[in-house]
Design a binder for this molecule. Structure first.
Ligand code: HT7
Ligand code: ZN
Length: 872
């Protein structure tokens, strides 16, 4: 296979100044005319080589003259034209087939609506082009369509002309004044409803905001619109960035490979991240909409105005934009709860990636298929790297750096190095060693120890860092990182911190800087043995190893001034207890829940002053997938049994307090999307997860919550309990839910997921039946993720069934899906890549499935790359 290497980067041989597209949409195929104004880039005699895939050539002309067959060469992936002058105009016309486009890349149809997805390399499926991000051109796009079936026809920029052509057809021309790479091109045409609003920028410009959806969904756009306006105001306030066109459009489509796409002025969204009302969407969905709408909007500056030179720089726009959307959501809601959610996501998806065969730095050095590198590492770890720069430079320093970055590079396609250099230059800082984060893969371990010396009142903190070897990187160098710490006194307050040799002490959190393989910090004037709170706010993306006694963890759960670390202390205590129970079970010892865990959680439940959402997170035991990360060889059944045992034992011990909190939250929550109601529902559902395990009231509580149908958040939490149960009402409730929502695809996705993730011995049989259900299709990525993705990544006992039937089911679907949508198929392989973590029998079964996938004839390069790398 062709491997692309960063070190082979060369500037483009030609630049494109202007593009005129003429897209004639039709039921029997679409004709795309293109007129490229080209300029030779530098002194050379090389031919023009344009990218193009799956295009049927209809005509070609250079500088106004039709080209004879010998003057150009066509193959499966390129069009080569010799003999261009320093400046040239190339015109081509081709036919493409959007209806046959099941890969959802390029121009395709979703529920009748024409739409595009061009990142990363989809534009070459629309016309021949220099489809690389460092070629930035001005686009003028004319769309011709049917007046009845495509009354709405959109592209980037502003509409500048329109008309009709007879035959019930019409046309519209859009012009985008900002030069952009082809991956930001978009076109949408269909019969869509529009919801309108407006935003006045701080310099007084009025921007029309439009959200286009399928008819009937107009009442589900309110939350997305509000999120958009909040994001626009936030980017002005926090980064000084204003929107730059007169119109900002969002289109929601039902068939979409990822979450959304930041095309200039015309974002295209997976409907899941736009459509919501409390009856149909959960609070998690509402939060997801707010952050994805903001993320795509923020790309207008971090990605569009300043874009990537090449795809190895992907984290330049994605890591930075994820960091910005995380900051935004933290400002809009509870910052601690948001930080916890972000870290949970990093640990669930990125840590396994970084410790497995697909580990890569946030700036990969090579790839076969770039679509495979839209990873948790590039996005989530990339955001953590930016967050560390923010910590090291401070809020004002970071803002100075981002101002300089935009000032220097507006309108350019740049590298991560340009970003780091702007941060350094604006702050006169040295990020030399810090740059290793961009090129070194693997999750560092921070091995910490603390020694209190009562005689001289000092506390010595020793921190050793070690990054495990990753494929192709056996040796690792020490990294520069911020390490936020606090020392808590016996009264629960943070002690003032002064390092030996310093003159004054500061109370609260201290941000230390780690650079060496081993660092030592001696704090002085410490009057009593403190309880250390390390890595506050998760100040670096590492695994912290610090043996802290259970009593200290319980103390921090009650007193840590850093809310993230209060939760983290609860997690650590729960991990300790549950992994101890796993060892007991494996040794055949009886399971006994230690009193102190119930007491610590009981104390948390009594804390009326704490954010209910934070309490919900503290009460929720680490999931099976998270617990598994702490085992040398993952014992799927033991983890599952022990977790179930602990939930039930805690429910019995804390019954009255759980019930009281449950009732209070239920009374406090209103159906809307206000912070207090969402937090109350969060705690209500965390309590329900315990209460539903009780033999006497569990069933009636869950069924009553389900039957009440107050909000989708409550309904789904109850249905999840019911779906996992053996209660006689189970089948009836699932049938009832399906009947109620059969016409609402986003809700039916939830129905599939709740069954795919149910922890039952017969889940695989249910999932097999669901794969044959009339509502199941491999053609819709959301549906695939709802059933197959959820089963493989969120139901460990069923996916890792000892007989290997779970593996067989998923591998078979990956192969089937590869024929129509390789990008989505490749993303389903990740759980197989973790094979080394399991027992020998499971290892062999997982490897056999990977080998089966790799040996399939005609496999896409997407699936081949991931499956073959996963074998290592
Ligand atoms: N920049 C986008 C990444 C993307 C994508 C989106 C939709 C479908 C296919 C895609 N390939 C890559 C989304 C984002 O990060 O904002
Ligand atoms: Zn993005």
């Amino acid at each position: 296979p062709d491997v692309i290497h960063l070190e082979d980067y060369r500037v483009p041989d030609f630049l494109i100044e202007h593009v005129e597209l003429h897209v004639d949409l039709g039921d029997g195929g679409t004709r795309v005319g293109s007129r490229l104004t080209l300029r030779r880039n530098g002194e050379h005699g090389r031919p023009l080589v344009l990218h193009g895939e799956g295009l049927e050539l209809l005509s070609i002309a250079l500088d106004g003259k039709s080209l004879a067959a010998g003057r150009y060469r066509l193959d499966d992936e390129t069009l080569t034209v010799e003999g261009l002058g320093a400046e040239a105009v190339l015109e081509t016309e081709c036919r493409i087939d959007p209806d046959g486009n099941t890969a959802l890349e390029g121009l395709y149809r979703s529920n009748g609506t024409f739409c595009t997805q061009c990142e990363a390399e989809g534009f070459r499926k629309i016309t021949w082009y220099l489809d690389r991000p460092d070629v930035m051109a001005r686009f003028r796009t004319t769309i011709v369509g049917d007046r009845t079936t495509q009354p709405v026809m959109l592209s980037n920029g502003n509409p500048v002309a329109s008309g009709t052509t007879g035959d019930n057809r019409h046309w519209v021309t859009w012009e985008d004044p900002f030069p952009k790479p082809s991956y930001l091109f978009a076109l949408v045409a269909g019969d869509l409803a529009v919801v309108e609003d407006s935003f006045t920028t701080r310099s007084g410009r009025e921007v029309a905001l439009r959200i286009y959806v399928e008819h009937g969904n107009e009442d589900r756009c309110g939350h997305a619109m509000t999120a958009l306006k909040h994001a626009m105001a936030w980017d002005e306030r926090v980064y000084g960035r204003e929107y730059d066109l007169d119109i900002f459009m969002i289109v929601a489509v039902s068939d979409f490979n990822m979450g959304a796409m930041e095309n200039k002025g015309l974002n295209v969204f997976n409907a899941k991240y736009i459509l919501a009302k409390p009856e149909t969407a959960t609070d998690v969905d509402f939060d997801g909409i707010e952050s994805v709408v903001a993320h795509e909007y923020f790309h207008n500056w971090t990605g569009n105005r300043v874009t990537c030179r090449d795809w190895f720089q992907l984290t330049l726009k994605e890591g930075l934009t994820v960091f910005r959307d995380q900051q935004f959501s933290a400002d809009m809601n509870s910052a601690a709860v948001k930080r916890i959610a972000d870290v949970q996501r990093l640990r669930a998806a990125q840590f396994p990636e970084d410790g497995g065969p697909l580990a890569h730095p946030i700036q990969p050095q090579s790839y076969i298929e770039i679509n495979n590198f839209y990873t948790a590492t590039v996005y989530e770890k990339g955001a953590e790297v930016i967050r560390m720069i923010h910590r090291l430079l401070g809020t004002d320093g970071f803002r100075k750096g981002s101002d300089l970055y935009f000032e220097r590079h507006d309108g350019q396609a740049v590298t991560t190095e340009d970003f780091v250099a702007a941060m350094e230059d604006a702050n006169d800082a040295d990020l030399g060693q810090f740059r290793r984060w961009y090129v070194q893969a693997g999750t560092p371990r921070l091995i910490c120890s603390g020694d209190y010396d009562a005689a001289d009142g000092s506390y010595l903190l020793t921190v050793r860092q070690e990054t495990p070897a990753t494929p192709g990187q056996p040796e690792k160098a020490p990294l520069h990182m911020p390490f936020a710490v606090g020392l808590i006194g016996r009264d629960g307050a943070d002690l003032p911190l002064r390092l030996a040799g310093e003159n004054s002490a500061e109370a609260g959190t201290r941000v230390l800087q780690l650079r060496e393989a081993e660092s030592r910090f001696r704090f002085v004037d410490i009057p009593e043995r403190p309880v250390a709170s390390l890595l506050r706010g998760f100040s670096a993306p590492v695994r912290l190893e610090f043996a802290q006694p259970a009593e200290d963890l319980a103390f921090r759960m009650a007193h840590d001034s850093d809310d993230f670390n209060r939760w983290e202390a609860a997690q650590e205590l729960q991990n300790k207890v549950l992994l101890g129970l796993v060892a007991d079970r494996r040794a055949g010892r009886p399971l006994v829940l230690p009193d102190m865990l119930a007491e610590a959680l009981g104390t948390a439940l009594d804390d009326d002053g704490a954010d209910p959402s934070l309490l919900a997170l503290m009460l929720t035991l680490p999931g099976e997938v998270m617990l598994a990360q702490h085992m040398e060889v993952i014992d799927v059944e033991a983890i599952h049994d022990v977790r179930e045992f602990a939930v039930k034992a805690l429910a019995e011990r804390l019954r009255d307090r759980l019930l009281a909190r449950y009732r209070a939250c239920h009374a406090a929550a209103r159906p809307g999307f206000d912070g207090a109601s969402m937090a109350a529902r969060h705690l209500q559902n965390a309590c329900l997860a315990y209460l539903s395990q009780l033999d006497d009231i569990g069933r009636e509580t869950a069924l009553a919550q389900y039957r009440e149908r107050r909000t989708m958040t409550e309904t789904m939490a109850a249905l999840a309990r019911i779906a996992a149960s053996d209660w006689p009402e189970r089948d009836e409730a699932l049938a009832d839910f399906h009947a109620a929502w059969r016409n609402d695809p986003l809700v039916i996705d939830k129905w599939f997921t709740v069954q795919a993730t149910a922890a039952r011995a017969d889940t695989l049989e249910h999932v097999l039946a669901l794969a044959g259900h009339e509502d199941f299709t491999l053609r819709n990525p959301n549906r695939v993720r709802a059933l197959i993705g959820a089963f493989a990544s969120a139901n460990p006992t069923a996916f890792h069934r000892a007989d290997g039937a779970g593996y067989d089911f998923v591998a078979e679907r990956i192969l089937a899906l590869d024929a129509s949508n390789p990008q989505v198929a490749a993303r389903l392989i990740a759980p197989f890549g973790q094979w080394r973590r399991y027992d020998k029998a499971r290892q062999e079964r997982m490897l056999n499935q990977l080998k089966r996938i790799v040996s399939q004839p005609g496999l896409s390069k997407d699936v081949r790359e991931v499956a073959s790398k996963s074998l290592n």
